[in-house]
Each structure stands twice: as C-alpha cells, then as structure tokens.
Design a protein around this ligand. Structure first.
Ligand code: IPM
Ligand code: MG
Length: 358
C-alpha cells in the first residue's frame, strides 16, 4: 500500500488548529479508502521557533522536507514579529526555492453558504485564480538607504522574466483547457505599467496561440474588481501577477462567502520539489486558541493535495463530505455567522466520510 509522506507545518495563530483538524480528516479519509496511507511529519516552525532561535525555520529546514510528497501548511504571522520577517522566513522561504510558481486558488460558493452578492446563483461563481508565485512584485528586489534621514529612499522592484511569465501563462491556459468552459481572463495593468505589464500581455497573446481551443480575454486589474462583483458569471479561469492575484483572491474569497473556506495550492508542476497546500486565511490572532477557526479552507486544500497526488477519487469523496457539512447551518463557524466550532465541523466531516458508501 502506498504511503504518502506529508510535511505538516502548522505555523502560527489558528494555523495549528486547522492543520491538526486537516491531519485528522486526511487520516480518516485514507482509512476509508483503504488503498493508501499518510505519514505526517510535524515541523513546529514559525513565530515561536523564531523567538527561541532567531529564525523561522532551521537552516537546513528545506532539506528536511525536500523529499516529502507534499507539504500541508497552516499560516505564517505572529503578533510580536514584523510580518515581512515571518513571511520571508517561512512561507516564501519554501515557495520560492521550491519553485512553486503556480499558485492555484479555486473559488466556488459551496452548498449552504451565502454570498454577499444577492443576485448571484451558487453555480454562477466558479473560478480558479492562477497567481504567479515566484517573481513579480514579490521578487524581493529593492533596498532602503538613508534610514531616518529626510533623504530616506526605498524601492521595491517588480521583476518579470520571459521564462517566468511563459511558464505561468502556459500553466493557466492548460488549466483553463481542462475546465468545461475553456475560458481564461488575463489580468494586467499595461496601461499604467508600460514595461513589464506590456511584456506580460505580449507573452499571454503568444501562449494563447498554443491553445486555440481556449478563449481568452484581457482585463485591467481595476476593472477586474468590478467585473468580479457585477458579472461573476463571465469569468472562469483567471491568471494574474503575484500582487494582483493576492488582492483579487481575497475579493474572490469574500464573494464566495468567507475567507475561512478558501484553499490554495502552491504548485511546482514539474515535481522537482514538493508542492505546498494551505488555507489562505492567515493566522487570525483575534480568534486563535478559541477553537472556533473554520477548518474548511484546510480541508479543501487537502482535496487539492489529493488531486496533486493523483488520488482523485479520494479527493472527490473529501469534497463531497465538505459540502455535506457546509450545507448545514448548524455546522457553520462564526466566520459564516454560525456558532459551531472547529471540533464539531471536523467530526462532522469525518462522519460524512465514513458514511459515504459509494
Ligand atoms: C496570501 C497572503 C500572503 C501573501 C501574506 C500572508 C503575506 O495574503 O497568501 O494571499 O500576500 O502572499
Ligand atoms: Mg493574500
């Protein structure tokens, strides 16, 4: 029987609560399937580790997880540590060297969840955002001089490479092709940003020729926010730069009912390195330790992990169990306006998995 080695990195805040829940659910699912198993290695990296060791993960951290089949991540962020340190010290320190350049963020209104868009039917919002995840505005290039003096200056330089843009475009067009509507919207800002964004558009048009069966259109990011709200049905697969997609994916999550539900996959499509799966909600210190975090974002990330591992049937079973639970308002956590807690939702998903005899 195949055993998948998974590196579990809960990180900070509610990350530990939702990753524990995710591990329980994935174990229950593997038992239900009976054809594979999970072996989880737990790595207590993050803010508390930083306070003891002055870094977010050990120097050889990446070596310890390089040969795992996948990474299940919680969140990075700590109230006593600046955000740019926690981000660059852990999440980006894994994503970038492991070349997880395709960040995939599906958004759907799950059964039982109410979208703030009153006029939209559940089936009319079904998107996947592909976020460029290795360069662009998150390239980390820049500097700061004359700190504290009136001459102080700072730059953050966005880097776009032809190779980097081509590969994420090819990935996005391929993903669009695999979905029924075969529709891709390329988000840009080439009216104001006249160098890299113009190259971005040109490369999108070039790659489009490789995918004649995919319909694509181009959308300026500001206008895109309106289209997401006003004509959500007109969108399917979306590709955007690191920062644009970061912003649009929070909007997408809110329009689908809650940030607590939204999953993400940081993929290295060539599989030279493990890929990483995580809820997008972050550490949420305001509710940490209360046991009320919504674990659904982590469970759905688990579905994406199963698909990446090729366990599609198990992924479908888990998604079905999640939807059985979201449909019941008594199983909604406070982010969805309910009063259920993490434990109750986790138990319900596990029961749904066990009860599913298909
Ligand atoms: C996300 C998050 C991160 C990002 C934060 C935590 C730095 O917002 O995954 O969308 O901006 O990449
Ligand atoms: Mg974000």
């Amino acid at each position: 029987m195949r055993t998948y080695k998974i590196a579990a990195i809960p990180g900070d805040g509610i990350g530990t609560e939702v990753v524990d829940a995710g591990v329980e659910v994935l174990d229950a699912l593997a038992k239900r399937e009976g054809t594979f198993a999970f072996h989880f290695d737990h790595f207590a990296w993050g803010g508390e580790y930083y306070k003891k060791h002055g870094r977010m993960m050990p120097e050889n951290g990446r070596d310890l997880i390089r040969h795992h089949d996948a990474i299940l991540f919680g969140s990075a962020g700590h109230p006593e540590i600046p955000d740019h340190i926690t981000l660059w010290g852990l999440r980006l320190a894994i994503c970038q060297p492991f070349d997880q350049y395709a960040n995939v963020r599906p958004t759907r209104i799950l059964p039982g969840i109410t979208s703030p868009l009153r006029a939209v039917k559940d089936t009319e919002l079904d998107w996947v955002i592909v976020r460029e995840n290795s360069e662009g505005e998150y390239a980390g290039v820049g500097g700061r001089v004359h700190q504290g003096s009136p001459l102080e200056a700072a730059t953050d330089v966005a880097i776009f490479t032809r190779a980097g843009v081509e590969r994420v475009m090819r990935f996005a067009f391929g993903l669009a092709r695999s979905r029924p509507r075969k529709l891709l919207t390329v988000v840009t800002k080439s009216n104001a940003q006249r160098h890299a964004m113009v190259m971005w558009d040109e490369i999108a048009a070039e790659i489009a020729r490789e995918f004649p069966d995919v319909t694509s259109d181009k959308m300026l990011v500001d206008a895109m926010t309106m289209r997401m709200v006003i004509r959500p049905q007109s969108l399917d697969t979306i590709v955007a730069t690191n920062l644009h997609a970061d912003i649009l994916s929070d909007l997408a999550a809110a329009l689908a009912g809650s940030l607590g539900i939204a999953p993400t996959a940081n993929l290295n499509p060539e599989r030279n390195f493990p890929s990483m799966f995580e809820p997008i909600h972050g550490s949420a210190f305001d509710i940490m330790g209360k046991g009320i975090a919504n674990p659904v974002g982590t469970f759905w990330s688990g579905v994406m992990m199963l698909e990446h591992l090729g366990e599609n049937a198990a992924g479908r079973r888990l998604m079905k169990a999640i939807e059985r639970v979201t449909v019941d308002p008594a199983l909604h956590t406070p982010d969805l306006g309910g009063s259920a807690n993490t434990r109750k939702v986790t138990d319900a998903v596990i029961s749904a998995i066990r009860a599913d005899n298909t």
